[in-house]
Ligand binder design. Structure first.
Ligand code: PMV
Length: 318
């Protein structure tokens, strides 16, 4: 049996994080210069049913039967076997690698799941439809996020810009005029489950205030979609600034993220915001091509652990 491999891109949420958990829309795009990859190979010497997993990025090397139920990689394998109704697969080795920084809002968990699910199902001779790949990856996301909205697994499975609304059919949409983002990693890990839990508690304490914040975010997302579809890229900068402000009001920004956002704007970015769960992780800054280098350098001087630029188009390329 030949080895089978599959890969999946990282992602960035452009607008609407957190509000999306409560049914408001959000926009996310794939980021293909970072990738997760899974390779499945037969192990001709192993007894049937023996599945060995290796993931050097998280120092994992273990047999499936020794992994606890809450291990995300183990869960992804078990979900595929259940989906395909296979109790005892042929002995196999599964290796997962990723260039996507962990816990940084770039979708590393979902990308690893999507690559693994695709490679394993294909190796077992029963490739899965995108819809099922995304649904299984969502099940794994529950371990990372608690109550994920489903946006990460969706944008990563379809690898296209998406306008996402919880429990609605997925909508991809065209980008009329590609635009450039500088993505800066604060270097501070931020478990999304914690910021999601913070928003849940704060919303429970003051539902009216949060309804107003989420409504405003929803309006920004609609305006952003219109601007992206209409090729009015310069309109996106102020919308990013407003979205960042509202994320601050939700309590998911932090002094470090605010500092990076301010530095990006001072260096000439057209707008900037945190992206993803917040508190740590990434900020994104919208830049003209000729400012991207200066903005990236300024962000590094202001404390970003690393930066990269991404041209956001229908095919996201460096
Ligand atoms: O931290 P990330 O990039 O995986 O994104 C989390 C996005 C949230 O809206 C905060 C949570 C969710 O499940 O949508």
């Amino acid at each position: 049996m030949p080895a089978i491999s599959a890969s999946a891109p990282g992602k960035i949420i452009l607008f609407g994080e957190h509000a999306v958990v409560y049914g408001y829309p959000a926009i996310a795009v794939p980021v293909s210069q970072v990738q997760a990859r899974a390779i499945v190979k037969a192990n001709p010497l192993g007894p049937p049913g023996k599945v060995h997993l290796e993931a050097p990025n998280v120092s994992l090397s273990a047999d499936l039967e020794d992994l606890p139920p809450e291990d995300p990689l183990g869960k992804a394998v078990r979900l595929v076997l259940e989906e395909l109704d296979i109790e005892r697969p042929p002995a196999l080795n599964l290796r997962v690698t990723s260039t996507i920084p962990l816990a940084a809002g770039l979708g590393s968990g979902a990308a690893v799941s999507v690559a693994l699910i695709r490679a394993l199902a294909e190796f077992l001779g029963r490739p899965l439809e995108d819809e099922r790949v995304s649904a299984l990856a969502y099940e794994v996301e529950v371990i990372h996020h608690g109550t994920p909205s489903g946006i990460d697994n969706t944008v990563i499975t379809y690898a296209r810009p998406v306008y996402y609304r919880r429990d609605q059919p997925i909508e991809t949409f065209p980008i009329r005029q590609p635009f450039r983002l500088v993505i800066a990693d604060s270097g501070l890990p931020s478990p999304t489950a914690e910021t999601v839990a913070h928003v849940r508690r704060s919303r429970a304490a003051d539902p009216q205030r949060y309804a107003l914040i989420f409504e405003s975010v929803g309006e920004i997302v609609q305006a952003a979609r219109k601007a992206i579809e209409g090729g009015e890229t310069e309109a996106l900068g102020p919308l990013m600034d407003q979205n960042h402000e509202l994320l601050g009001e939700m309590g998911v920004s932090s002094p470090s993220l605010d500092r990076l956002v301010a530095a990006a704007r001072q260096a000439g970015a057209l707008g900037a915001k945190l992206s993803g769960g917040g508190r740590g992780g990434n900020i994104i800054a919208l830049v003209d091509d000729d400012r991207s280098q200066a903005v990236a350098e300024t962000l590094e001087q202001a404390g970003a652990a690393r930066t990269f630029t991404s041209l956001v188009g229908n095919q996201t390329t460096p």
